[in-house]
Write a protein that binds this ligand. Structure first.
Ligand SMILES: [Zn+2]
Length: 207
């Protein structure tokens, strides 16, 4: 009989994705980083908005279009205010929008630096399987097996053994799921073999 110990992990990247853009300043294909500021241009009742990026080599700017010629009256007042105030939460939402960024740059680098918040109940008496429900707020360039190995203090080789023997399952079960970056909604089920592994998993699951 399977007694589940379910915990939730929320993975958040620390570094925004960096697009590679041909720089107007130093003239090559360069990585750019978000500057933390918007640029707005009002034209009558229409508004253009960009997020300003800076070349990491020379500091020249690239303006990433967010929207063009949008009627001001169609924008929610709080959005207008956030744009005018360079609101950090609004900046962050755009800076981490990888899909949006990929519309403007063929190459976009993502990074492994992340924060992880673990929440869950106390391990129930006699639990037999640990279930980790993963939320990934924005893409993080970290392999699932590296994440699990460092957080659960189980070597990656051991994780591979567990996976091949059915003691570790990833849902959805994509090919090479352990070697890929985890997507939000991923669930990981680990069945410990032995009391020592059970204790180690319980310790790493929520702290
Ligand atoms: Zn440059």
């Amino acid at each position: 009989m399977c007694q589940l110990f379910t915990v939730h992990w929320t993975l958040t990247p620390r570094v925004p994705p960096q697009p590679w853009i041909v720089c107007g300043g130093c003239g090559g294909l360069r990585p750019f980083e978000a500057s933390g500021r918007f640029r707005l241009n009002a034209n009558g009742k229409k508004l253009d908005a960009w997020l300003i990026y800076k070349c990491r080599t020379c500091g020249a700017t690239w303006n990433r279009p967010l929207f063009e010629r949008r009627a001001v009256r169609d924008l929610a007042p709080e959005i207008l205010e956030a744009l005018h105030a360079n609101d950090p939460a609004r900046i962050r939402a755009h800076a981490f929008d990888l899909a949006g960024l990929k519309r403007h740059a063929r190459r976009v680098d993502t990074f492994a630096d992340h924060d992880l918040v673990k929440t869950g109940p106390l391990a129930p008496e006699g639990w037999t399987a640990l279930e980790i429900a993963l939320t990934v707020t924005d893409p993080v360039a970290v392999r699932l097996d590296r994440l699990l190995a460092s957080e659960l203090a189980i070597p990656r080789a051991r994780l591979a053994v567990l996976a091949s023997s059915g003691g570790l399952r990833v849902d959805p079960d994509r090919k090479d799921a352990l070697r890929r970056e985890p997507a939000t909604g991923t669930r990981i089920l680990v069945v410990p073999s032995g009391e020592e592994e059970r204790w180690a998993l319980a310790a790493g699951a929520v702290r």
